[in-house]
Design a protein around this ligand. Sequence first.
Ligand code: ADP
Ligand code: ZN
Length: 745
Amino acid sequence: MNQAPILFEDNENDQQSSNQEAFAYAEVLVALPFGEAFDYRYSLNLPLQPGSIVQIPFGKRTLYGVVSALKDATQTQPNKIKDVISVVDWCALREQDLAFLTWMSDYTLIPKGRVMKMFLSSPTAFEQEKPLYAYEVSKDFSGSLTDKQRLSVEWFKGKSRAYTSVDIQKGAGVSAAIIKGALDKGALTLVPFSTVLQNPEADFLKMSYSPEQQAVVDSLSKSVTAQKYEAILVDGVTGSGKTEVYFEAIAQGLREGRQSVVLLPEISLTPQWLERFEKRFGAQPVGWHSRMTPAQRRKAWRSIAKGEALVVVGARSALMLPYPNLGLIIVDEEHETSYKQEDGAIYHARDMAVARAYHLDIPIALVSATPSLESYVNASEGKYTLLQLPHRHGGATLPSLEIVDMRFHDKKGSQGTQRFMANKVRSALVEAVSKGEQALLFLNRRGYAPLTLCRGCGERLECPHCTAWLVQHKSIERLQCHHCGFVARRPKTCPKCEEEDSFIACGPGVERIAEEMQALLPEARLLIMASDAFETTRDLVSAIERIQRGEVDVIIGTQMMAKGHHFPKLTLVGVIDADLGLSGGDLRACEKTYQLLQQVAGRCGRAEKKGHVLLQTYYPDHPVLQALVANDKGAFIEQERLMRQTAGMPPYTRLAALICSSQDSQLVEQFVRALGRHAPRIEGVEVLGPAQAPMAILRRYHRWRFLIRAPKNYPLQKYLKSWLATLELPRQIKLQIDIDPISFM
Ligand code: ADP
Ligand code: ZN
């Protein structure tokens, strides 16, 4: 690292002179959601380096920032320049972190300051740590206590260490005041207390692997030991032991004393995963996700930045932490589109993870049962190492898949209710439940019905703030917008034709399938698994436990049920609408549907009994469904690859999208039309649009899109920058840049 030049020795008598030579200048990225670096002056007594975290005055506030460069002159006027206040001495970003940060900003066009803010994501991490105290039982206490005070003392029986007031309150069921009372009487004593992090142990549980697994384990361990950049695609069928295998790579990192980070899609970051980790390693990893409290965040951040936390598991943002000693990155379910952060700063965490590994010069493992086309292509071009696990562990076989042709399905049930399950599915359910096995009905739609329509005039109930239908929810007796959360009662009369009680529910959501299920098997124990079905993580955990204990017969689940879970008793999966993802003109519609259905199918038959999957469809000949039934992933991927190549789509070309939105519909339309006229004309670069977004209004914002396509190696970011520099963005308009878009809504 370059040190600032020492201009001359510090001279005590010279301290007050205005033209201080014992100062230099630092470019500081300020932890604000915008902007580039600002210059600050600093005393050469401060041990500044590029990457140092410093406290600086900013306007009327004091903020933290990261030094991106040091220099001995500045363009900033002398009366404007401010001094660095202090430097954090126990952690800093490394040169590789800064290089990554710059790369990420250049690639995604997210301002550098904003990327840096992701690194300093616990604003309180640098504040002085308050000393912690905990309670112990005093020796030789012989005074009298109230009953409750005695409870709090007796709770310590059989315990050897000190506990915090909160521990005692929870354990003994007493209030803080009672504990304080016992302390005042001398029955308890306060002692300094440090919460020592208990790290996972590499060999806590001794594992043995099948020959197929062992080969992957050996290969991963070798890469972990080599500590060189290498991207590894672990492609293994559901239940093949991918998780066990990457746990072993983490174990290798632990043996060598290095940090590892595991990225999981937020939805998979379940207590079940943590429990499994703890069984394997004897301790929990340090978590990093959006549901943490500021105090938990602060604690986690500090332990990571100090290098104490050896295994970190988190969602996207766990990538942007100042690990001093990171030796391995794992991206589980690498194909998941939720790795693409779509609000605010847009980036793809999987792609950023690969770049992060590259800048740190360490291995990264991308893990999936259904890898993305992009990763397959990278593997086939030799950019990624491909490791495969083609068989399920322990002799379990993959489930058989069968297409159920819905074109001849009679929707009418008894008593005028509609039926959404074919006879075949209904009888399979009855059979599974009668044998004491579990079944999953999969439908990726929350609520009761996705659309509510007037029988008289055809009026559809839409969200007043979004281009979206209101979804009927029976459980809460309301209509709800799944985009903005708008909630309304079902109107008594149609607002358009004024007919009374004319609204009917169209199509099914999970609640409606549950209703049909109830009518079919009134005795069966049903459980709806949807993201809005649980208020707290506790509720979710206990639901999962009920399934595992066999207290549930039929699970009716959304996407939430597709991932990761291991339910040995589950033998039947009914996919209510296998066509759901196929329409919509999305570039990846087929690929995403294939992945999702494959994942759902992978939930069943994971133990001794073989699983069976029934796919209800109106397009029984669709290539996606045919590929699923034939279990021919290779052929499917090859076909998708060819399609993308012929259509000139990624990964054979590059795409970017610009999304402009505003509450002022006229203003934004004028702006995008002007912007369209300013688009630089370059041979090979295509600008499509402006066009109104399919989601034309979202949360009251009117939205317009451009799609830009360019040859694979064209510097698209530069193009966008020079284009956007031609027009000033009015304050009322929000502009989002989406490099490598996944959503086209
Ligand atoms: P995947 O991640 O590929 O779906 P898992 O790692 O979850 O597969 O493995 C499926 C099941 O088999 C899990 O219950 C796991 O604990 C078990 N399993 C896999 N490999 C082994 C092994 N080598 N030893 C013991 N159990 C294993
Ligand atoms: Zn809405």
